[in-house]
Design a protein around this ligand. Structure first.
Ligand code: ATP
Ligand code: MG
Length: 336
């Protein structure tokens, strides 16, 4: 993060309280959890915790735990010995070693596996760890900061996060307020982002926002918080024709269009594709609907009977039909 990217703006009471808490937490050397909805500034607060701490001249190492699959994350965090798993060509120093004497920021910490959590707990308690594929116990002196936008106590109750690690990390918990709880900051932040884009556009000065645009920004609930505000302002300033009038055009939802495709989320599309690929391929012969569906039904029934060793009750269950419905279908297809 460049110093420019570390600028933190805000004057509302809820935000100033967080800034004060951050300064207090920075001076002690214990683990800290930074909690908050998406886009509330967790990364900025984590960096501030490091740069205001006695460790500020040492490394600030950042890992996004959600970006790596479980096995790779462990080798990323703790390092590995040569050949410890397929693809592990040489020895690798992990992030905990790289952050020795400094700070390690585990972003999206809630996504780590229970096995990684156990190892993280050991490091925070005893400062010891092993590289993947090695028995040798190594030491590191790291200050840990974790961030997440999920409710960790609930995740712990559901068995998805270790209670003992949560207790350890929860020595200090900083919870960032969402933007809608710090309305006083909306215009200040919007002005800050607007000025930056005006500079990028080589404008002489930034004309600010019109009354109606300011009001719209104040009234909106900002589910994506400061990141969303930043994007909205960026879009508005880029769309503005010149620098002489206050910015008046605001597009809160760039996807809003009468032609917006009504497609389900990607996960559902993939499931549909899997369902379709499990259906029999296009059938030869006449292409009329009746014939094709009859053929498809008959194949389904025959397959269900075969897969269930011709036990009709089981075949009915298998197709989510009642026994009588199945019998009816079998009769219809002359399969009885
Ligand atoms: N108080 C602030 N002042 C200036 N910029 C801010 C402030 N808070 C957040 N930002 C900016 O908003 C954006 C989102 O912040 P950040 O990445 O820290 O959020 P986050 O809480 O980590 O979000 P996510 O949960 O989605 O990862 C960044 O571009 C950041 O620079
Ligand atoms: Mg983040």
């Amino acid at each position: 993060m460049t110093p420019e990217q570390q600028i933190i703006i805000g004057e509302s009471p809820a935000f100033l309280e967080v800034i004060e808490q951050t300064s207090r937490a920075a001076s002690h050397d214990r683990a800290v959890l930074v909690i908050g909805e998406r886009g509330t500034g967790k990364e900025l607060i984590a960096a501030r915790l490091h740069y205001l701490s006695p460790r500020w001249e040492q490394n600030f190492v950042q890992v996004n735990c959600a970006a790596l699959p479980d096995t790779l994350l462990e080798s990323e965090l703790f390092g590995h010995e040569a050949g410890s798993f397929t693809g592990a060509a040489g020895k690798r120093i992990g992030r905990f070693e790289e952050a020795d004497k400094g700070t390690l920021f585990l972003d999206e910490i809630a996504t780590t596996s229970l096995s990684a959590q156990e190892k993280i707990l050991r490091i925070t308690e005893y400062g010891t760890f092993q590289r993947v594929g090695s028995n040798k116990i190594l030491n590191t002196d790291v200050r840990l900061i974790g961030a997440t936008n999920i409710d960790l106590p609930e995740a712990a109750d559901l068995g998805e996060f270790r209670h003992d690690l949560l207790d350890r990390l929860a020595l200090d918990v900083i919870t960032l307020p969402p933007l809608r709880a710090r309305k006083d900051d909306i215009i200040i932040l919007a002005f800050h982002f607007g000025q930056k884009i005006a500079q990028e556009r080589s404008w002489q000065s930034f004309p600010g926002f019109s009354e109606s645009m300011s009001q719209t920004m104040m009234d909106y609930h900002w589910p994506g918080n400061i990141r969303e505000l930043k994007n909205v302002v960026e879009r508005a300033v880029y769309y503005a024709e010149h620098e002489y009038d206050p910015i008046d055009q605001i597009i809160l939802d760039p996807f809003n269009s009468p032609y917006r495709p009504k497609r389900p989320p990607i996960k559902e599309i993939k499931q549909q594709a899997r369902d379709i690929s499990e259906m029999p391929k296009a059938l030869p012969g006449p292409k009329d609907f009746q014939t094709l569906t009859m053929k498809f039904e008959r194949e389904l029934l025959q397959q269900a009977l075969k897969d269930n060793k011709f036990n009709q009750r089981q075949a009915a269950d298998y197709l989510s039909l009642s026994y009588h419905q199945l019998r009816h279908q079998l009769k219809k297809h002359a399969l009885l």
